[in-house]
Design a binder for this molecule. Structure first.
Ligand SMILES: Nc1nc2c(ncn2[C@@H]2O[C@H](COP(=O)(O)OP(=O)(O)OP(=O)(O)O)[C@@H](O)[C@H]2O)c(=O)[nH]1
Ligand SMILES: [Mg+2]
Length: 238
């Protein structure tokens, strides 16, 4: 699947929020994000892509759309982070797009910094845990080692991933006109797909602190790891 930019507004930013069972987080995240952007005069829209979460995430997001610029897409009978992000991209109407988690691990105050870097001419801006000044909060040794190992594997197998300190990041922005978003429907790591498909794009990093999850549960599991390995092998040879 390949997405090319349709005619878009260049004076605003679209935020894509993939969600699955994030009702408690979305309730806090959307007002916080929208207020931060509004206070800096940044026109924005928030596109929530929910996979029919049983905890009522979509209903919470829809209720917030009365007060905030929120559009809610509910996918039924489908699951998957990467495909949700791709669907979100298609629904955006601004030239600049930021993808971030809805669980507050990606701090909303970093979004204006990503937007500024895009305005300054970067095509892809990666919010990086591993750039100088970035970090992670609340991870045990095992999670740190897993993340580092996954990053090293990406560097080994996918040359285009070496342009950022954090190719596994789920928090990034891009200028839609400058990138082609190609992605398999499976998989978790959409940034890797974008880096691989856009070797000409100018990539910049913005450091940030990955926060501990306060509400809800992680969806990271064994399937995610297996999907990631399959994705690496596929992209290493295509
Ligand atoms: N639409 C959709 N969103 C998903 C799916 N899986 C995860 N998400 C969302 O994607 C974001 C990242 O998922 P997380 O489970 O937080 O993954 P993670 O941040 O790598 O892992 P933790 O640090 O353990 O939270 C969150 O906003 C999730 O709600 C899915 O299958 N469909
Ligand atoms: Mg998370």
């Amino acid at each position: 699947m390949t997405i090319r930019a349709p005619l878009c507004r260049s004076d605003c930013i679209s935020i894509v929020l993939p969600t699955y069972n994030e009702a408690a987080n979305v309730k806090l995240m959307i007002p916080l994000l929208s207020k931060i952007l509004s206070s800096r005069g940044i026109i924005h829209e928030i596109v929530v892509v929910d996979d029919d979460s049983p905890d009522g995430t979509a209903e919470v997001a829809k209720a917030l759309s009365v007060e905030y610029p929120v559009k809610v897409i509910v996918r039924r009978g489908v699951r998957g982070l990467a495909s949700a992000v791709i669907r979100g991209f298609k629904e955006t109407s601004c030239s600049y797009v930021v993808v971030m988690d809805a669980d507050l691990q990606h701090p909303p105050h970093v979004v204006p910094r990503i937007f500024n870097a895009l305005l300054r001419g970067c095509d892809i801006v990666v919010a990086s845990r591993y750039a100088r000044g970035g970090g992670v909060e609340g991870w045990g040794k095992l999670r740190l080692v897993e993340s580092r190992a996954a990053t090293s594997l990406a560097y080994m197998l996918i040359r285009e991933s070496r342009r950022t300190t954090d190719p596994m990041s789920g928090f990034f922005g891009c200028r839609k006109e400058a990138v082609v978003v190609k992605g398999a429907a499976r998989g978790f790591k959409i940034l890797l797909e974008i880096l691989h498909a856009n070797p000409q794009a100018k990539v910049c990093d913005v450091p940030y602190l990955f926060r501990a999850r306060m509400h809800g549960k992680s969806k990271l599991g064994l399937n995610t790891i297996l999907d990631y390995l399959a994705q690496l092998v596929l992209r290493a040879f295509t």
